[in-house]
Design a protein around this ligand. Structure first.
Ligand code: BEZ
Length: 212
């Protein structure tokens, strides 16, 4: 029986790796000081993955403005990756600017728990790991093989994480940059009384919003 490795979790250090990519050998530590979106796709030359690559490239410039790098991964060879990104450029007019890991021996995929053996033993699922500049995992998303991800949501997630980082606030459901944010709830009775006197948009003592 295949051994099940424990998967990294939010708040834990991202597992270190060195990998062959379409931009040469890269290590996780090369990304220290930047945010990183490490994502896997099931296989090269497949339609849903192609739409995702085009969509990831579509947010590439916005991510750069936010100090975020993209790094793809699948269990395909570097030659397959090169041929596929060349095909995307030739047939669909989109140049893929981010590197893609050729994880033929499944080393990185196993470290990050990107393979869901119940779904496929030979392909990585659609996993997304958001890694912060100190190389801590800050968010994880998994989608199955047959569902393309909402790539705009990944950009929204980055904005929410960076807003939390900068202003020490939380963000409500469907929050978008410019919307009001959630003020952390008071955690003593006295602070709860004080909260009711603040100039926030107060729904109740535990639920206040403010502009940033
Ligand atoms: C796709 O990208 O089209 C795909 C990949 C694996 C399974 C199903 C769809």
């Amino acid at each position: 029986m295949e051994q099940v490795k424990s998967m990294p979790r939010i708040g834990e250090p991202a597992p270190q790796f060195e990998a062959v990519t379409t931009h040469g050998t890269l290590r996780l530590e090369d990304y220290k000081g930047s945010w990183l979106i490490l994502f896997s796709h099931p296989a090269d030359f497949t339609p849903v993955c192609t739409t995702e690559f085009i969509a990831f490239q579509g947010i590439y410039d916005e991510l750069k403005k936010r100090n975020v790098e993209l790094l793809g991964l699948s269990i395909d060879s570097v030659y397959s990756h090169i041929a596929w990104v060349r095909n995307i450029e030739e047939k669909m007019g989109v140049k893929i600017k981010f590197p893609v890991i050729a994880d033929l021996n499944k080393e990185v995929a196993s470290l990050y728990g990107m393979i869901m053996p119940g779904e496929s033993k030979t392909e990585t699922s659609r996993a997304v790991f958001v890694i912060d500049p100190e190389q801590k995992i800050r968010a994880i998303i998994y989608y199955p093989l047959t569902t393309g991800r909402n790539i705009d949501e990944i950009l929204r997630l980055i904005d929410a994480l960076q807003t939390h980082e900068k202003f020490k606030v939380a963000t409500p459901a469907n929050w978008r940059p410019g919307d009001d944010v959630i003020v952390p709830p008071p955690n003593t009775q006295e602070m709860a009384e004080q909260r009711m006197k603040e100039k926030y948009d107060i729904k109740d003592w535990y639920f206040s919003k403010k502009k940033i």
